[in-house]
Write a new protein. Sequence first.
Length: 510
Amino acid sequence: MAKDKLMDFDKALELFEPVLGFEVHVELNTETKMFSAAANPANSANHTAAPNTLVAPVDMGLPGSLPVVNETAVRSSISLGLALGCSIAPSSRFARKNYFYPDLGKNYQISQYDEPIAFEGHVEVELADGTLVPVPIERAHMEEDAGKLTHVGGSTGRIQGAEYSLVDYNRAGVPLVEIVTKPIYGTDHRAPEVAKAYVQTIRDIVIGLGISDARMERGNLRCDANVSLRPRVAPGEPAEPLGTRTETKNVNSMRSVERAVRYEIQRQAAILAAGGSITQETRHWHEDTGTTSPGRPKSDADDYRYFPEPDLLPVVPAPELIEQLRAALPEPPAARRRRLKAEWGFSDLEFQDVANGGLLVEVEATVAAGAAPAAARKWWTGELTRIANAQGREAAELATPADVAALQALVDAGTLTDKLARLVLEGVVAGEGSPQQVVDARGLAVVSDDSALIAAIDEALASQPDVMAKIRDGKVQAAGAVIGAVMKAMKGQADAARVRELILERAAQQ
């Protein structure tokens, strides 16, 4: 496949105006699926189930099976619509979306088309410098997820070159809410940043509502990023018509959303500047190369031959229910950020480190689990982010807030030094268990036996006989050489402060 030509990002923004749009799919963490009583694998307890074990006749598309709407999914969808500032439809209905679905047994998807449950909303997206960007929401509608295909054979894991494909229907029928924005104008050079911040805002909202785990690496939250360009015009002149858009599918991290939007702007600008045209298509994001590749021509709504789902009645929520759910909404993300910053006592820069890393949820949960805010920030924005960047992953994938809080508790108790704690964290990330399990398995606890420390000190002093004389003469800094030797001998498992105390005690006794 030929490598795409890219235009310098700043040059692309001089020539063209980017117009963005996003379709974010949120898997709801209901106990059962959208239209059947099968267990929902999007619920964290079920995400590792064996293939085709969380299914019912409806999910398999077996003849004679009929769907039944999940009431909890409807409530969650209404709550999400309200949190997005949407109006809730007094009556909405499901439709059949006809398309070749190899991973949906009935070969159509039950979705909502012209009568969504929520419509006409907006959210404010906060950028790193505090700038608020309004994002208009066109709709939020309920639907079911498709299953999962595994392509066997070949070198890429894709259907091209595969010998055969396996279908896992566990995910088929998982409740989804798809959030569709209207075109987003005026983002200019900040378009990639807005893309990342928008997905982060949606994640914050659904986690705050408690309706989804929103783990992008598991597919609980997926983003399709639409990008089009149109030529710049002089001030006062009418804007050019919207350009042809591409839709980069199922980007699975906020960092990747940002990179994918930047890449598409540069790719499309190079094509348009050379006199070419953009193909309306879906595109696939490749994390390893940081590029997109063509998928299929993008269909319009007419191509899906929507028609009302004959087996389901319209959804007519009671006004009292809507108001009850409205009253239970958590605070908006921007207000929540301001509150957390004040509660944690962070400086602007410290808080930006957390927010820019998309780690507010993780730090908040770590503090709730017992860690001090400063310690929680240190681990998430420091060591975990370093490991994540090295592995091309998100920090939230590597450890749980409970693990980080437990790790800090071991440091606070004197069981671990910071250096040892970093080794323990590496074990946690590698899947070796909880912090305490890693400590026990690797034998990484601080040596707290004074007799063992004194023996190591005496051995170090024997090789540096002049140190004690220097300390007694007031040159306390001379103890550093002995401390270093003891730490090396104890393989870093000594408390340097305690070693120093013992050295000074020994000097005072002589």
